[in-house]
Design a protein around this ligand. Structure first.
Ligand code: PAF
Length: 282
């Protein structure tokens, strides 16, 4: 596995691969790999000739007071994991190489970025879109893989890619979970033991609502209340950031179950802010 730290070298490498007719898959990450990242790498390995994993804790997607400095990092372990997964290039940009001092260009999808995580992280998706488009330009991938845990991010990247005619196939991959249902996240390391014990209740609440919907409940306010009641008992240390029923593509709020509906949540648990989601209805 080649480690590249210089953005232009990455672009040159990928341009050469393209000229040779190689199909390139990109897995963009912020590192501190867990089994969710590994499943993206593994999948990329099966469908592409060349797999590029980028590891960059992108400062522009963190707001003031967020965990940019504290975000967990372990480059040695990440390097070993990526290499074991058969990654061809691990891109870890050297400090200061991703954004010029006078960087002035931003990519936004405001309609999809206002709700859900955007309510408390108003500049987050502008940073995500901008860095993802930069990574697309640096790696010129045929396809790029993202986890479905960050459903809003995925919906926004899909829309950006469509609207700007970016020739990249964007694919969401299933959420990887602990045995007790907690969605894997690099931020799970922030959880104290008691918080970790309560955390699976996030998912359990979502499953409870999905069961009610499967049995015919149509009113999303009733489903939301059932989740909150469950959380009050099983997740007393958690504070709801948002709990929303939305259309899976447009992310517009949904009040009646009709077709597929996404229930997306964010919960603050100690120092962690955990997100999860479930698709329900048919
Ligand atoms: O999901 C992430 O890890 C990040 O938001 C991404 C897509 C790598 C952009 O920095």
């Amino acid at each position: 596995m080649q480690i590249i730290t210089d953005p232009s070298q990455l672009q040159q490498t990928c341009l050469q691969w393209r000229a040779q007719g190689q199909r390139i898959a990109l897995v963009p990450t912020m590192g501190f790999f867990h089994a969710g990242h590994e499943s993206l790498m593994e999948h990329a390995r099966t469908v592409a000739d060349k797999v590029v994993v980028t590891l960059f804790v992108n400062p522009t997607q963190f707001g003031p007071g967020e965990d940019l400095e504290a975000y967990p990092r372990d480059h040695d372990r990440d390097t070993a994991v990526a290499s074991a997964r058969g990654v061809d290039v691990l891109f870890m940009p050297a400090p200061g190489t991703m954004y010029e001092a006078d960087h002035a260009t931003w990519v936004e999808v405001p309609e999809l970025a206002r709700g859900l995580c955007g309510l408390t992280r108003p500049t987050h998706f502008r940073g995500v879109c901008t860095v993802v488009l930069k990574l697309f330009m640096l790696t010129l991938p045929h396809m790029a893989f993202f986890g479905q845990k960050d459903w809003q991010q995925l919906a926004i990247i899909r829309r950006m890619t469509r609207d700007l005619n970016v020739p990249v196939h964007v694919e969401g991959r299933p959420i990887v979970r602990e045995q007790d249902g907690l969605a894997l996240s690099s931020r799970n390391v922030y959880l104290l033991p008691d918080e970790r014990r309560q955390a699976p209740a996030i998912r359990a609440g979502l499953c409870l609502a999905a069961d009610m919907a499967a049995r015919g409940e149509k009113d999303t306010a009733t489903l939301a209340e059932a989740i909150r009641t469950y959380w009050r008992e099983h997740l007393p240390a958690g504070t709801e950031d948002y709990l929303a029923f939305v259309h899976p593509e447009s992310l517009a709020p949904v009040t009646r179950m009709d077709g597929q509906v996404l229930c997306a949540v964010a919960v603050r648990l100690g120092k962690a802010r955990l997100i999860d989601n479930i698709l329900m209805g048919s």
